[in-house]
Each structure stands twice: as C-alpha cells, then as structure tokens.
Write a protein of this length. Structure first.
Lengths: 112, 115
C-alpha cells in the first residue's frame, strides 16, 4: 500500500526565515510526486509535479526536489502570504490509474 | 487548467437525510474523482467517477452510502446518504485531463455538518 508521510505537522517561521518541508514516501512504481498548497476554506492548488530522482522545480520562493525516498519543499525568504497547508501526494502504478495518495500536510505559518 | 465548481459550498443536514453535491468542470476531462477531507487528516479517495458507467469505489466506501453519477465529461454528483455525525467532513471534487501524469485540479469543496 502506498504511504506518504509529511513532516513537520506544523511550522512557524519569521518572515524571511528559510526552511524546508519534508515528504517521505513508500510506493511501488512512482509515476509522479505532486505538491499542493491549500488555503483555509479552499481546495488544494497545484504547485509542482516531480517525476524522477534528481529533478527540481521552482516557483517564486518555492523549490521542490525529489530523491528515491523523499521530496523536499524549500521555502526561501518566505512572506506572510506563503502561510498555508502544503500537501504532498504520489501517483503510482500503471498508466490509467490516476488517483493520488496524499500525506496529512504541513501547516506553515509565516509571522510578519 | 480546468476550473472546477462545486455546490453547495457548505450545508448543515439532519441525521438520516441525504446531501447531493454537484461538480461542474469548465472543460471536458477524462478523470473525475471524489475525495473526503476530515479535520486534521489527509485527503482520502472515495471513488472514481466513470462517465457512462458505475463509479469505482475505494476500500471502505460503498455505492449505497455514496452513490455517484457522471452523465457526461464535465459533470458529476456525489450523494452522501443516510447521514450521521461521522459524515461531517469536507468533500472535494477533482479532475484531470488524459495527459500522462497530468495533475489533479480540485474544487473548493463542500463542508458538510451533520446534526
């Protein structure tokens, strides 16, 4: 059974204080690892897809990296508007099986 | 990317009644899914909504409790039947195109409270 574990559960940072969120996974046949951002009262918003170990993707202050066992979401010089819950999800198995298995998320708070 | 609209956005229902949630996508999509998000927990897949055929349910979810319809490539409904307080949760519709490894996009969810 596919498993996704995110840490920490919650993280409070001062504005400008860089840090990383972790997503470790156990799957059979990883096809993609996805990062989402979720604001209160909203659905998850897609950020990145990573397909293979060594891949990196960036968007503004966020950079996602992938190894064979885990992914990191690096947040550089965060701003209060980066406060949200960040979700990691994996897609595995054969093409046609499009479902995602999610972790429980990291609730990030950026203090002005 | 697909824009997904869900309604209602929230509802308060009596025990024993049912709630039907509608999901409308602004473009034709191949895959539509229904997820549940309970407080403090991850998103859990309820079922895959198949166009023109019966939905595919995940372990622990059954058609009698969560009947799903998908009459075309842009619309689906999820009914939560015979409500109990344990059904209080956020229900999310999601969709993706047929592109390989295309990401799922989500609606803003329906917050259900059962009293």
């Amino acid at each position: 059974e596919d498993q996704v574990t995110q840490s920490p559960e919650a993280l409070r940072l001062q504005e400008g204080e860089s840090s990383s969120l972790n997503c470790s996974y156990t799957v059979s046949g990883l096809r993609g690892l996805f990062w989402y951002r979720q604001d209160p009262g909203k659905g998850p918003e897609f950020l990145f897809t990573l397909y293979s170990a060594g891949e990196e993707k960036e968007k503004e202050r966020l950079k996602a990296t992938l190894t064979k066992k885990e992914s990191f979401l690096h947040i550089t010089a965060p701003k209060p508007e980066d406060s949200a819950t960040y979700l990691c999800a994996v897609q595995a198995g054969n093409f046609g099986n499009e479902k995602l298995t999610f972790g429980t998320g990291t609730r990030l708070t950026i203090i002005p | 990317s697909a824009v997904i609209s869900q309604k209602p956005s929230r509802d308060i229902c009596q025990r024993g009644t049912s709630l039907t949630i509608q999901c409308q996508v602004d473009s034709q999509v191949t895959m539509m899914f229904w997820y549940r998000q309970q407080p403090g927990q991850s998103l859990t897949l309820i079922a895959t909504a198949n166009q023109g055929s019966e939905a595919t349910y995940e372990s622990g979810f059954v058609i009698d409790k969560f009947p799903i319809s998908r009459p075309n490539l842009t619309f689906s409904t999820l009914t939560v039947s015979n409500l109990s307080p344990e059904d209080s949760s956020i229900y999310l519709c999601s969709a993706s195109t047929s592109s390989y490894n295309s990401p799922l996009h989500f609606g803003n969810g329906t917050r259900l409270t059962v009293t």
